[in-house]
Each structure stands twice: as C-alpha cells, then as structure tokens.
Design a protein around this ligand. Structure first.
Ligand code: DX5
Ligand code: ZN
Length: 227
C-alpha cells in the first residue's frame, strides 16, 4: 500500500519462464494484489491464462489474486476460478447477462466480487450494482493486450464513481486497469482510484519489477487523493 493506494502487478507481461520468482519479487517489493488477465479468445481476441496457471500462482504467493475475467459467459467461470485460488472475481458488465447472480455466488463463497467497464461503457451501466460489489474496475485501454496507451476518458469516470461510492456510503474500491505508468498513476489516484493495475510498467526490459514498483511508489508519494 502506497499512500492509501494498492498496486496490482498484472502478470500478463511477466517472464513466464520464471513466474514464481517474479511473483515473489513483487511481493517483497510491496505489491498488494496480483492481477491475472484471463482471456478466452472470444470476448477479446487472445487466449491467455487458465485454471492450472492460477492454481500454480496460488501455491507461489500469499498475495490477493485479482482475477480479471475477459470472457464470454462469465457466469460459468466464477466458481472454477474461485476453486483455483482467486480472491477477487471481476466480470465485465458487457459480458455478464446475470451480474447479480454472479455477485451473489462469489459472496456465497466468501470472496470479493468486482465489475469491469470497458472504455466506451458509461458508469451508469454499473450504478445499480454499486451497493453490492467490492470493486469496480475502470478499463483505461481496450481489453486484450498490455502496453497500450492510456485512454484519458477513464479519469472522469473514476471521479464520477468516487462521488457515487462516497455519497452512497458504499465499500467498493476503484481499480484502474490499462496504461498505468509513473505519469498516469498519480492522476488516477487523484481522480479517486485506490487500486492500480500495471503490466508493462512493472514487467519490462528497462528495470526489474522491484525497481519499477519503487518508481510507481515514488510517483504516488505526494498524491492528494480523495480515496
Ligand atoms: C488489458 C488487461 C490489462 C493489461 C494491462 O487487457 O486487462 O490488465 O494487461 O497492461 P498495461 O499495464 O501494460 O497497460
Ligand atoms: Zn486486466
């Protein structure tokens, strides 16, 4: 936790040949959650990580596993990803036909439920479930790949969510996913986000994950955020 902000390294950009080492390095460097991008080749074009990898990650770290389901029919996937070790199950409002049912199922299993909104999806699409969810994930890139440019219109959405959540007295955290860097992280935090996902800003050839986490930490040190 940095100045009230949680950092969630997204392993999609990690070196999978030494994933366990990289997870442990993130843990030592003070990461809060491990973000796992699950892509099905249908909701988004790529296929990424499935259940056996999540199970292996569960054995490698005690950090909170933040499962980002970029899949069609997410109602079929919540339970298996909880069984594999997921702590937070995030589903896209664009993909879910039975959002309430998924949230209830996740809560019945005593895990946290999150709802994600794509860049073009307005905040109003999740307003009805704000009292129930534990997290709202605002996508600042189109889902499907790391290393894309931050979409600025995510920031007013974060600010609007922060107002709605605070005024309603709800518990939901606000997570930003996509394009998070030392430049955009403090702006996300200032808008009201309190969980930041980063793939390419943490796993890259310029520096080690620990050094990159330290840089993000430094960029957030003086943010006056409303979270
Ligand atoms: C996008 C994923 C993100 C992504 C973030 O489909 O949901 O988690 O990997 O990558 P960066 O931080 O490189 O934008
Ligand atoms: Zn993600």
């Amino acid at each position: 936790m940095i100045n009230g902000i949680k950092l969630a390294p997204s392993i999609i950009s990690a070196d999978f040949s030494r994933l366990c080492d990289q997870l442990q390095e993130c843990e030592r460097a003070g990461a809060d959650n491990i973000h796992i991008d699950v892509m099905d080749g249908r909701f988004v074009p790529s296929i990424s990580i499935g259940l056996p990898v999540v199970e292996a990650i569960r054995r490698s770290t005690g950090l909170v596993l933040d499962i980002h389901l970029m899949v069609e029919e997410p109602e079929k996937q919540a339970a298996p990803f909880i069984d594999a070790g997921g702590d937070i199950i995030n589903v896209h409002v664009e993909a879910a036909t039975q959002l309430h049912r998924i949230i209830e199922e996740v809560h019945r299993r005593e895990k946290r439920a999150g709802v994600c909104v794509n860049p073009e999806t307005p905040v109003g699409a999740v307003e009805q479930v704000l009292p129930e969810v534990d997290q709202v994930m605002v996508m600042a890139v189109n889902p499907g790949a790391s290393g894309q440019r931050f979409i600025e219109s995510a920031l007013p959405k974060v600010a609007r969510l922060r107002r709605l959540i605070d005024e309603g007295g709800f518990r939901a955290e606000i997570e930003v996913d996509g394009g998070v860097s030392t430049e955009t992280a403090p702006r996300c935090a200032a808008a009201g986000a309190n969980v930041l996902v980063a793939a390419s800003a943490i796993f890259n050839e310029h520096a080690s994950p620990a050094e990159n986490i330290e840089r993000l930490r430094a960029s957030l040190a003086s943010v006056d955020h409303p979270a």
